[in-house]
Design a protein around this ligand. Sequence first.
Ligand code: 5GP
Length: 192
Amino acid sequence: MKLLEERILKDGKIKEGNVLKVDSFLNHQIDVELLNLLGKEWKRLFEKDNVTKILTIEASGIGIACIVAQHFGVPVVFAKKTQTKNIAGDTYKSRVESFTHGKVYDILVSKEFLTPEDRVLIIDDFLAKGSALEGLSKLVIDSGATLVGAGIAIEKGFQNGGALIRGRGIRVESLAIIDEMADGKITFRKQN
Ligand code: 5GP
């Protein structure tokens, strides 16, 4: 998506460890208008999939998911990273290795909010090595719901997450795919 690529070039900052900082529009301060356009594009891409629920992971996925969900007219469920008293009942659980922090943690969703009748679209800000997406996919599969695919804002195509997840037959629609991120220069993959 041209608009997202232009914004990454304008405001994205390359940090150590192959991390792209997009705090000024996606991860800290949020450009709602831009996210609304991302939502519109995912709606176009998943129009025919009868999505009943958007699934994401706290924290930075939530804002994006909520705006996207308005285009589909469905609720957002976000996987929690800590077992609080509020989510003490029956849960689906999987493990995720954090790309940015290096830690391994459990993610949880209450069984109440993912059911076999659901058709789930996963939304997240980044796809790097694929652990977050893999963990979220497992929650959907364990619940018996149908996973229609994943909408990712920024995929770092030079890491192996996209290949791993698509290799499992999961549809991944990334709105910007970075093929190279070196010496302060970002190169995008050409998409239709
Ligand atoms: P993965 O699990 O695919 O390795 O990493 C995806 C998760 O790590 C995303 O949910 C995102 O929060 C975080 N992440 C991965 N790469 C980046 C990056 O370059 N910049 C930022 N801001 N977050 C990232």
